[in-house]
Design a protein around this ligand. Structure first.
Ligand code: APR
Length: 226
C-alpha cells in the first residue's frame, strides 16, 4: 500500500518543540512578520538569525518521539512517503527514508545570492558574517511566509497517488501545504491524528483525537497487520 504521511508541528510536540498556533505556541511569543518573512530578513537579519538559532539549538538538544519512530517502522510493511511541513529532522533521525520537506530544513543554511548553495549547519549557532562560498551572508534554508513552496508539485503528485493519507499534528491553516489534504483520491483512506477538534471538511475522514504518540500506536497496530 502507498501511504503518504502529511505531518505538522503537533507531531514534534511530544519531543518538546512548540507548535505555532496552539495556546503558548510560537506565534503567540513572536510576531511571524518580524521573524519569518523576506521583509523581516531585510529589515533585521540579526533578529531573524537569533530566532532560528534558538530553534536550531533546541533541535540539536531534542530527540524524535514515538510517533516519528512508528512512522519510520511502517516502512517494513508499506511504501511510505513523508511530506512534512516541519523544519526539524526528526523523521530522518527516526529512520524514515523518504522525507519531503515543504518548508525547508532548520539544519541547513543557504546563500543569499545563489539558492543552489546550501550547507549543513554543523552546530546550532549562525553568526552575522558567516558567509557562503560567494561571500554573502548565510540565511536559514526555510520557506518563509510570502515565498513560494518549490516542492509543492512533487508533494501534490505523491498525495494524488496515495492509497492512504495519514495527517498528523497540523492545523491545516497554512496554504499551499494545507491544500494537500484535499487532493487524495476518493477511494483513498484518510486518517487524521490531532487531539484538537477539527473543522475542515475533508470528506470521509477518520479523526483519531489523540496526541501523535498514542494516535500513531493505534494506526501502527492496524497498518502493520494488513
Ligand atoms: N500530537 C498531535 N497533534 C498535536 C499535538 C500532539 N501532541 N499537540 C498539538 N497538536 C496539533 C494542534 O491541535 C494543531 O492542530 O498540532 C497542530 C499544530 O498546528 P500549527 O501550530 O498550526 O502547526 P502546523 O500546522 O505545522 O503549521 C503549519 O505554519 O508557521 C508555520 O511554517 C510553519 O510549517 C508551519 C506551518
Amino acid at each position: 500500500m502507498e501511504i503518504v504521511v502529511l505531518s505538522g508541528a503537533g507531531l514534534s510536540a511530544e519531543s518538546g518543540l512548540k507548535t505555532f498556533r496552539d495556546n503558548g505556541g510560537l506565534w503567540e511569543e513572536y510576531d511571524v512578520y518580524q521573524v519569518a518573512t523576506p521583509e523581516a530578513w531585510h529589515a533585521n537579519p540579526e533578529l531573524v538569525t537569533r530566532f532560528y538559532n534558538q530553534r536550531r539549538k533546541q533541535l540539536f538538544e531534542s530527540e524524535p518521539n514515538l510517533a516519528h519512530r512508528l512512522i519510520a517502522k511502517l516502512e517494513a510493511y508499506h511504501s511510505v512517503q513523508v511530506v512534512t511541513q516541519n523544519i526539524d529532522d526528526f523523521h530522518e533521525r527516526a529512520g524514515s527514508t523518504r522525507v519531503l520537506h515543504l518548508h525547508g530544513e532548520l539544519k541547513k543554511l543557504r546563500s543569499t545570492v545563489d539558492d543552489t548553495l546550501v550547507y549543513e549547519a554543523g552546530h546550532w549557532e549562525v553568526k552575522m558574517g558567516d558567509v557562503c562560498a560567494r561571500g554573502s551572508q548565510l540565511r536559514p534554508h526555510i520557506v518563509w511566509f510570502g515565498e513560494s513552496v518549490p516542492q509543492m508539485p512533487v508533494a501534490e503528485k505523491m498525495v494524488r497517488e496515495a492509497d492512504f493519507l495519514l495527517i498528523v499534528g497540523t492545523s491545516l491553516s497554512v496554504y499551499p501545504a494545507a491544500g494537500l489534504a484535499y487532493l487524495a483520491r476518493p477511494e483513498a483512506n484518510i486518517v487524521l491524528i490531532d487531539p484538537a477538534e477539527v473543522t475542515h471538511d475533508l470528506g470521509e475522514v477518520r479523526h483519531i483525537r489523540e496526541k501523535a504518540g498514542a494516535g500513531m500506536q493505534c494506526v501502527y497496530e492496524e497498518l502493520s497487520a494488513l
